[in-house]
Write a protein that binds this ligand. Structure first.
Ligand code: OSB
Ligand code: MG
Length: 368
């Protein structure tokens, strides 16, 4: 097969509520969508790069540039066995895994449609229903946080994740624990602490958290392993894991006991599956994280989360938790704390292409 046409598009999407993490906040998203065509088949992908380099060095702007100059010219028109071999010709490009993932995941969607199966089936997924959680951003006050948590608990989310940063941690989470003694709850620091904060991190250990996500620097597996040895609460790694090699090193070092797999962060489904397989083999639980995706990325995440190693609820929340109107039909809805994995062709939801012109900030078409 040959991919003969690629559409690269930036759309503007406004979150219903501002979302804040330790490195900063945002309400307006600049989302990159990719549409691949091979023969009569189409595949959709989304690049999860954020607007600013607070979570990763990649941004909407760097991804656009790398797509335009290297990745798209590298794969367009190449003869390939299977759309899953898509990234072969651009393996030499160092890093830029979020950009690579946007293309690779679109190719998987295309491949699934070409074979007449769902993306979840093509990936080897089993589960039809996935227990899901919600990620709650930093709130200006404890009252605001408590009312947000109460709302999501009412809606039925299977676990609540709360963003923390120095000064908004032990007391704040203690208030949530007091109001919700049995709530499955966890914290995500997005790298806001160092080992100098050991006192605070040990105080979190008393709150019966399911896990503490990425407490230390994105590139510091050694200190995570030192920290894990002095905590009972499992550490979950997010930013630290960019590849299966990172995962292997992290597990070897004891830098964490749980991994948050985001296919959009690790370079796509092939890497995500390799990390999943490694963790399944080692008895390490994994869950599927999110990057405030549109319905395209959400569909991909849900398909991945149907694999057997995803034993913990992920950050795959309903479309309404993010957007007034999602870009796919049907939108994703929560039922009894679970979400249904689409079983239609490919990612199983339709991109509302009729809505795209109004949302589009720029579009570039590549043909060969
Ligand atoms: O650390 O998991 C994170 C959003 C943007 C960047 C990083 C993270 C997050 C989330 C939101 O926690 C997850 C989601 O609901 O998409
Ligand atoms: Mg995280």
């Amino acid at each position: 097969m040959r991919i003969h046409r690629i559409e690269l598009r930036e759309i503007a999407l406004r979150l219903r509520e501002r979302f804040e993490i330790s490195s900063g906040g945002r309400q307006d998203r600049r989302v990159l969508l990719l549409k691949l065509e091979a023969g009569d088949h189409t595949g959709w992908g989304e690049c999860v790069a954020a607007e600013d380099p607070g979570y990763s060095y990649e941004t909407t702007e760097t991804a656009w540039s790398v797509f335009d100059e290297f990745l798209i010219p590298g794969v367009l028109g190449q003869e390939m066995e299977d759309a899953r071999d898509l990234l072969g010709p651009v393996e030499w490009v160092r890093g830029h895994r979020m950009a690579k993932a946007g293309l690779e995941m679109a190719a998987w969607d295309l491949e699934a449609r070409r074979r007449g199966v769902s993306l979840a089936d093509l990936l080897g997924g089993r589960a039809g229903e996935i227990a899901v959680g919600v990620s709650v951003g930093l709130q200006p006050t404890d009252e605001a946080l408590l009312s947000n948590v109460a709302r999501y608990v009412d809606e039925g989310y299977a676990r609540i994740k709360i963003k923390i940063k120095p000064g908004r941690d032990v007391d704040m989470l203690g208030a949530v624990r007091q109001a919700f003694p049995d709530l499955p709850m966890m914290a995500d620091a997005n790298s806001a602490y160092t080992l100098d904060d050991l006192g605070v991190l040990k105080a979190l250990d008393r709150l019966e958290l399911m896990m503490i996500e990425q407490p230390l620097a994105h590139d510091d597996l050694l200190d995570h392993s030192r920290l894990q040895r002095s905590l009972d609460t499992p550490i979950c790694l997010d930013e630290s894991i960019r590849s299966v090699r990172d995962a292997e090193l992290a597990l070897e070092l004891g830098a964490g006991r749980i991994i948050n797999i985001k296919p959009g962060r690790v370079g796509g489904f092939s890497q995500a599956r390799a990390i999943h397989d490694l963790c399944l083999d080692r008895g390490v639980p994994v869950w599927c994280g999110g990057m405030l995706e549109s319905g395209v990325g959400r569909a991909h995440n849900l398909a991945l989360a149907s694999l057997p190693g995803f034993s913990l609820p992920g950050d795959i929340s309903a479309s309404r938790r993010y957007w007034e109107r999602d870009v796919v039909d049907p939108e994703f809805e929560l039922r009894g704390g679970t979400m249904t994995v689409p079983d239609g062709l490919g990612m199983g939801v339709r991109v509302r292409e009729e809505d795209l012109p109004l949302l589009t900030r720029r579009v570039e078409v590549f043909e060969s």
